[in-house]
Design a protein around this ligand. Structure first.
Ligand code: GCB
Length: 590
């Protein structure tokens, strides 16, 4: 028993029973480049139970101690294989009415058979577990992951047998010290809501591979990192369509190479992707990669050397049917609706959306802003909170490093300018640049509403400035908006990362009646009219593409939805403001 976390008696009396588990945090170091690797699914029906008092972790159910030393049965409070079942992946909130608003732990378990096919290493990949996951395989504690929205990998090579049991405790409790913290403006989904999969790999494998346009000079820049020091001296990179076969020298498990190449560049109108292959020893990795550049000069944004306007819209990761566990079809559907609105860009708010989003955006041609849930007033002064946020950012960047569609990493949303926040977010911005100098860093900042000026000390550390402003809605006096813009003289491009107003589907009235489509349209018209006058605005992403569930929105007209969508929650109905944006984007020129 002590192999895991102390004794049973110790554990039921531990004031903080989670602390011992935290000693084995699964971080971004576990990540593996795996997009086109063969995987076996562990999706399907898992047994589950609501474990409101966290008894599985306190009393170590995962140890499956059914008998004492003399073979007498222990009394048990659980029964893994006779519990009800739930679909993985899915959000538990939509599984049954009783789980809709549940916050706490749910224990998931299933058995699976494993046969070795000659591989040396085996990993289990969890696509996403909201918010925390504690994983046990064959009675052994494998580690815990925090962060609802990024994948993590567990090396199970040494614990797998022919017949296996996996237990995962998933906990979606909102916490003051979480990232995000306990207060957000979206629904608190929980569960194993993305794929769970097995990966079989050779002893030495390519753990991480990056390829992009060189930031300086011409050509491509590749990096390879193995999981260990490696025995061979070269990896081989092939891009047949460009006649490239290049050797990458590997030293101490790492290598990098500049490659002469003149690829067709990726754009939203021509999202050209190349098939890329990297080989090392017995391992090989495939990718589909597009090449493009993105930079800022003064208040302009240049994409492949040409000025670009980011004609966007914000989106949450949600569908009425699946909650956060959106399907590929649903993602394709909302990209299609955004393209019809003349968008070339989308802000994926406020946390990492599924990896599939950037993969599909690469294919269909949609520029992306991706974000970590450093949202509102998290505990900026707390070291652990910072580490959690930085790890989520690292996981986001590492998984998306080869996606042409993603041009902006956002380090947060609407965090009031204070000293500890500045230190926190500045460090995140610097971390992002260090990991990925090829993309822009941003954040959705607040404006100084008293002095009416764009002002935030974080601006010095980011490349492009997101501004959330709700003139015409939270600030009813519209005349302040033009004053704010006229008073400001930013040295960097400004994106209006949010603006908008509530509108209940089908509610009509006068332009002054709140929550009607007519009032929302009026707000959009006035906002658009103002943006057109301001040359330093280089992008807009109205809040928000479709209505989404939100426990804070209790007015009967809202009915627990944030109704600022341009579309209804089921995306079937277009509000008049959708067409106003469509027209604006058709006529807005760089
Ligand atoms: C904001 C937040 C967003 C909210 C939105 C609103 O400023 O960034 O998460 O949902 O306002 O509707 O109030």
């Amino acid at each position: 028993m002590s192999e895991n976390n102390g004794t049973f008696v110790e554990s039921i009396h531990l004031a903080d029973h989670l602390e011992p588990y935290r000693k084995r945090l699964i971080t971004a170091n576990s990540m593996i480049s795996d997009r086109y690797r063969a995987k076996e699914s562990l999706n399907g029906l898992w047994h589950y139970c609501v474990d409101q008092y966290d008894t599985c972790l306190r009393s170590k159910w995962f140890e499956e101690n059914y008998y004492d030393g003399d073979g007498r049965p222990f009394p048990l409070d659980y029964s893994f294989d006779t519990w009800e079942t739930i679909k993985v992946p899915s959000c538990w909130n939509l599984h049954s009415d009783k789980l809709f608003l549940y916050e706490g732990s749910i224990v998931y378990t299933r058995r699976f058979i494993y046969r070795n096919h000659g591989e040396d290493k085996v990993f289990i990949k969890f696509g996403g577990a909201a918010y925390e996951a504690y994983v046990f395989v064959n009675k052994k504690y494998m580690g815990m992951h925090e962060g609802a929205s990024t994948a993590f990998y567990i090396d199970v090579t040494d614990v797998l047998e022919d017949e296996n049991r996996i237990v995962v405790v998933v906990n979606n409790t909102r916490k003051r010290t979480g990232v995000p913290c306990e207060n957000t403006d979206w629904f608190n989904y929980g569960g194993l809501y993305r794929d769970v999969e097995i990966l079989r790999l050779p002893k030495t494998f390519i753990q991480y591979f990056t390829l992009c346009l060189a930031t300086e000079g011409k050509g491509l820049f590749a990096t390879v990192q193995l999981n260990d020091a490696g025995a061979g001296s070269k990896a081989v990179l092939r891009i047949e369509e460009l006649d490239i076969k290049a050797d990458i020298d590997i030293r101490s498990g790492k290598g990098e190479l500049m490659i002469n190449a003149d690829p067709v560049l990726w754009t939203p109108d021509n999202p050209k992707l190349y098939d890329v292959k990297v080989e090392y020893g017995n391992d090989s990795l495939c990718e589909r990669i597009g090449f493009r550049s993105i930079e800022v000069v003064g208040t302009d944004v240049f994409h492949n050397g040409e000025k670009i306007l980011l004609k966007g819209v914000c989106a949450h990761e949600e569908s009425v049917l699946n909650g956060k566990a959106v399907s590929e079809e649903e993602i394709r559907e909302y990209y299609q609706l955004a393209k019809e609105m003349n968008c070339n860009y989308m802000r994926l708010a406020h946390y990492p959306h599924s990896e599939a989003c950037a993969q599909i955006a690469d294919e269909v041609g949609m520029l992306l802003w991706e974000e970590v849930p450093v949202y509102w007033a998290i505990e900026f002064g707390n070291r652990r909170v910072y580490e959690n946020a930085e790890n989520q950012l690292t996981e986001l960047i590492k998984r998306g490093i080869n996606r042409a569609s993603t041009i902006i990493w956002s380090v947060g949303n609407e965090n009031p300018d204070a000293d500890d926040r500045l230190l926190f977010m500045k460090s995140l911005a610097q971390h992002s640049k260090k990991l990925d100098p090829s993309r822009l860093v941003s954040a959705a900042c607040l404006v100084n509403g008293e002095e009416l000026i764009i002002e935030d000390r974080l601006i010095d550390y980011i490349d492009i400035v997101g501004i959330n402003e709700y003139y015409g809605w939270y600030v009813p006096d519209f005349s302040q908006l033009i004053k704010l813009f006229n008073n400001s003289n930013p040295s960097k491009p400004i994106i209006i990362s949010e603006f908008g107003a509530d509108a209940r589907v089908g509610f009509r009235g006068t332009k002054d009646e709140l929550m009607t489509e007519d009032n929302q349209l009026y707000v959009y018209q006035r906002q658009i009219e103002t943006f057109k006058q301001i040359p330093y605005i280089k992008g807009t992403s109205p809040w928000i593409f479709f209505d989404f569930r939100c426990p804070r929105r209790t007015h009967p007209v809202q009915n627990y939805y944030n109704i600022k969508g341009l579309l209804s929650a089921d995306k079937k109905y277009k509000k008049p403001s959708y067409f106003a944006m469509q027209e604006f984007y058709a006529s807005w020129k760089a």
